[in-house]
Ligand binder design. Sequence first.
Ligand code: GLU
Length: 472
Amino acid sequence: MSNKHYSFIKGVEDYFDKAAAATNLPEGLLAQIKACNAIYKMQFPVKIGKEYQVIEAYRVQHSQHRLPTKGGIRYAPNVNQDEVMALASLMSFKCAIVDVPFGGAKGGVKINPRDYTVGQLQKITRRYAAELVKKNFIGPGLDVPAPDYGTGSREMAWILDTYLAFGKGEIDAVGCVTGKPVKLNGIRGRTEATGRGVFYALKEAMSIKEDMKALGLEPGTEGKTMVIQGMGNVGSYTGTISQDEGGFKIIGVAEYEGSIHNEKGIDVHALLKHRKKTGSILDFPGAKNLKTREAALELKCDVLVPAALEHQIHGGNAKNIKAKIIAEAANGPVTPDAEAILLKKGIVVIPDMYINAGGVTVSYFEWLKNLSHMRFGRMEKRFDQQTYENIVGLVEKTTGQKVGAKERAMITRGADEIDLVRSGLQETMITAYHGIREILKKNKKVDDLRSAAFVNSIEKIASDYISLGIFP
Ligand code: GLU
């Protein structure tokens, strides 16, 4: 069976239903949690060159149980309502799992960004943002977009500027979108956040001795092999950070143009440079070009990281997967029929709605920064530094020994924004993992991590509805 006609929203709903059966919640409440609350499909004209083009775009707010709703905006030629609904649903569950107090949303513009100039992309983005303003589908307390596949901080800056142009001095206006450039009220560490979150999650999951033993692995990440599909924002940061901070050996990489393999390891920094220079990952020194881009998915490795688009591992190729762990850095990379095969093979799938939640987590930090109108660390950095200086001074006095300049600088440093963002992200990923793992251990009706993640988030969202006085 191939992945051709698998409806993305149907897939997410199938996963949801499987997990919902393991909760004791009433049917009506489950139906409410599952449903997409608001779907806005728009078609607007934009003049491209001499002609007008009608651009099709969406914003879906899956769950308004908490406001604002939150989620990225995707630019891709295959954007459709079904996909945006599925992605918006995943955002609701994602936010609940990592305790980010938002409902889920997602946007999509059906274009291939490569077909347009920067100027044209700006026109399309600004018009899309204006449509969102017109219908109250954007605002710091309503719905807060962010980057996703095909968009980045540049697009977020255009959205912010368009929003401000309509504004009337709203004090928190800059919190209308996240993933902004740092200079434009963004936050340090947002660009790398999803990839870094994937690494923190793997580091935590792979530190648990008993779980690793079941997979025939030693605990820890040092020297473990990894294959990555996709060298976009998420895949590239997952690769560089896993390699630099975790000691992972990246042995395979797949991209649009093909895939490469080197048992000895591929330096991801060098690969990114090579791709920038040649336009391709192929012919990378020391690595072998594989026959197809899909071939890398089937390499023997400890961790497989699909970091591209949905439905890459499907009923057709699942049986060939030889990884021990699949880290779903992308949204929806594994179809339900594929998952059934993977689970039977004893492969651990760490689900998207948990493992790629680093992006929205740091978006939450950015939004908080915007509401507080102040950089994190500004108040306490120097105070902390002075306190540590005092302690070091006291230790030196009592021991009669001097601490070296390098060590002193390391010990006495007060936390900067980037330190706090990383610390907050790591704390979030660790806590959330144990929340999910505990359900897997305790709930007899749950026997995989994805269902556990769903149960975790469904129960949290249910408790919100119950405290709102709905479904008592
Ligand atoms: N697009 C990202 C995701 O799928 C980030 C969303 C956000 O930061 O709001 O999680």
